[in-house]
Design a protein around this ligand. Structure first.
Ligand SMILES: [Zn+2]
Length: 360
């Protein structure tokens, strides 16, 4: 039947839910690396993909995906593909990267507008198959990719900048940025725009899962940062599940946010009311033990001390101050800094354009 939804070994008839596996790559010790998939087939509606744990230590999204798997199929009006982990190798070792070549899988998705001819790494081949799955096999209308950010991180949504030029017209980029902004509004976590456009491709963020979906495939796509790595905090899991369900309901993939999901949502408010973007810093000039003066979620004003860099004996070597307004997203993992390392990540006031010309 043409309405049947199929991906990998999973097949869901209309009205049904199915689980299965999508082959990723062969393993040298025999067998295969497989990605778990959960399909909900509500019929003819829009198709959403929710992917998680492409960084193997970022397990809150894995728990959110498991909760989504437990939804009543009756709630799903569109088609929903859930992939609880895009990086089983990293998950197995509780590490961000996969171990095929120790690469960051969230920087290895295809760039369909690149002229590159170099052979693909194993991780790039895995990412290419996932990209083909959400652009061709079960074509997504939107994608949400679930992550976590540094130590003690507060939940937020990253909205990527949309590039035009080689890839698409400026008008098309504005349309896509508008659709993505509407999705971020529906998700209703504090929105943080990605790094400035001139850093975006340098940092290979157009080859992240959401970056490739948005800037490669032209789909509304967001990265949801659901607290801190390594640990499933119940409030962050509940906030993340509610945020994903709000996005899916706004896209007509879910009939509504289930009552129990809405009731369990602690809600996350943005500490500032102006537009912000991601910022790695401020940075310590000196090496030392970092003693933070501000916590994730705290507002920071330009000139405010955010940390002391200290000797092991406790003497203050340097006071690190912020030169920007914004708020703290997370502390850097581990209470130390080498020279010029950031002591935290922040959301700082953003005046940059949401759409930008891609460098030729
Ligand atoms: Zn991540």
């Amino acid at each position: 039947m043409s309405d049947t939804l199929k991906l990998g070994s999973a097949t869901a008839a209309v009205g049904d839910r199915a689980t299965g596996w999508l082959r990723a790559t062969g393993l040298p010790t025999g067998g295969e690396e497989r990605l778990p998939v959960i399909l909900f087939n509500g019929g003819e509606g829009p198709t959403a993909w929710v992917t998680a744990t492409v960084h193997g230590d970022e397990v809150v999204g894995l728990a959110v995906a498991q909760e989504l798997a437990g939804l009543d199929p009756e709630t799903v009006t569109g088609r929903l593909v859930v992939v609880p982990t895009l990086n089983p190798a990293g998950l197995r070792r509780r590490e961000r990267v996969s171990y095929y070549d120790d690469e960051d899988p969230n920087r290895k998705f295809p760039d369909p507008f690149s002229d590159r001819t170099a052979p693909l790494s194993t991780q790039e081949r895995v990412a290419e198959q996932v990209y083909e799955a959400f652009t061709e096999t079960v074509r997504a209308d939107l994608l949400l990719d679930l992550h976590t950010a540094g130590a003690g991180a507060v939940p937020f949504t990253i909205r990527d900048r949309v590039l035009y030029g080689k890839t698409r017209t400026e008008d098309d980029a504005r349309l896509l940025a508008g659709e993505t902004a509407a999705l971020a509004d529906a998700v209703n976590l504090p929105v943080v725009t990605e790094y400035p456009a001139d850093q975006y491709t340098d940092r290979t963020l157009h080859r992240s899962t959401a970056g490739a979906a948005l800037n490669g495939a032209g789909l509304p796509a967001l990265t949801l940062e659901l607290g801190e790595a390594d640990h499933i905090r119940p409030d962050h899991r509940a906030a993340g599940l509610a945020a994903v369900c709000r996005g899916l309901a706004a896209a007509d993939v879910l009939r509504a946010v289930p009552d129990g999901v809405a009731a369990a949502d602690p809600g996350v408010d943005a500490p500032v009311d102006y537009p912000v973007r991601r910022f790695e810093g401020p940075r310590a000039k000196a090496a030392g033990v970092v003693r933070h003066r501000v916590e994730p979620g705290d507002r920071v004003e330009s000139g405010q001390p955010v940390a002391a860099v200290t000797s092991p004996h406790g003497e203050v070597i340097e006071t690190v101050t912020s030169d920007r307004d914004g708020y703290v997203l997370a502390h850097r993992e581990g209470a130390l800094a080498y020279e010029n390392q950031p002591v935290c990540s922040m959301a700082v006031r953003d005046e940059g354009a949401l759409v930008a010309q891609r460098e030729q």
